[in-house]
Design a protein around this ligand. Structure first.
Ligand SMILES: NC(=O)c1ccc[n+]([C@@H]2O[C@H](COP(=O)([O-])OP(=O)(O)OC[C@H]3O[C@@H](n4cnc5c(N)ncnc54)[C@H](O)[C@@H]3O)[C@@H](O)[C@H]2O)c1
Ligand SMILES: Cc1cc2c(cc1C)N(C[C@H](O)[C@H](O)[C@H](O)COP(=O)(O)O)c1[nH]c(=O)[nH]c(=O)c1N2
Length: 175
């Protein structure tokens, strides 16, 4: 894509340092997801808040995954993943999948079924998006994984887990 060029000088001379960026991002509320994969290259899962919808034709969302995460080689080699969006009561699972816990211990802490791609679907998740990775791009430390949604699984009664101010907040509600 060609960006339009304007003849202006930037008024933003000081770069935003990492700490300021993180402090600012801590103010951006986000849903909490556990991203899972299973396939020829093994099973893995990690917590992610950097997830959003890209387009509904074809239904596609994106997941930003740090290339240094232990799940990275497994997710990218399997080429498929499931975005399990957490309910309010699942904050302990978020900490488990967001820490340095061995994979087997992470998965032992919850009940799972299997989606169409073979990726683990989390019991009790508010919604799960079973996907194949259609494209990816690298920016800085992360890979942006564009994920085509092949199936969705919704729980009847839904509530949400939100990450805001470096803390979890349950969000009750009906959808
Ligand atoms: N997008 C991410 O990779 C991401 C997002 C949230 C949390 N985390 C991990 O969880 C730890 C705790 O996060 P926290 O929110 O309690 O405090 P924090 O001060 O480390 O991060 C504040 C916010 O900055 C953003 N952020 C943090 N690390 C990032 C990274 N490496 N790349 C892009 N954005 C990043 C996230 O939006 C995060 O909520 C982080 O240090 C990081 O390891 C990573
Ligand atoms: C609330 C919250 C939110 C996120 C994370 C953590 C937590 C606690 N983590 C970090 C990620 O889950 C973590 O790097 C791995 O699960 C643990 O890494 P290892 O498996 O030990 O390498 C994370 N990582 C990432 O690549 N993209 C993301 O969007 C997020 N979001």
């Amino acid at each position: 894509m060609q960006l339009a060029q304007c003849e202006t000088t930037s008024q933003f001379s000081a770069p935003v340092i990492r700490e300021d960026y993180r402090d600012a991002m801590a103010r951006l509320a986000a849903a909490v997801n556990i991203i899972t994969t299973d396939g020829p290259c093994g099973r893995a899962g990690f917590t992610a808040t950097a997830v959003c919808s890209v387009t509904d034709e074809p239904p596609t969302l994106l997941v930003c995954l740090n290339r240094s995460a232990s799940a990275h080689p497994i997710v990218t080699a399997n080429g498929q993943l499931c975005v399990n969006t957490l309910a309010g009561a699942q904050r302990d699972l978020s900490n488990l999948f967001g820490g340095k816990t061995p994979m087997a211990e992470r998965f032992a802490a919850a009940q799972w079924s299997t989606g169409v791609t073979g990726s683990p679907l989390l019991d009790g998740a508010t919604v799960s998006f079973d996907c194949r990775i259609s494209h990816s791009a690298s920016v800085g430390t992360h890979d942006i994984l564009y994920c085509e949604v092949l199936a969705v699984y919704r729980r009847d009664s839904a509530d949400a887990l939100v990450y805001f101010g470096r803390n979890y907040h349950g969000l009750p509600g009906a959808v």
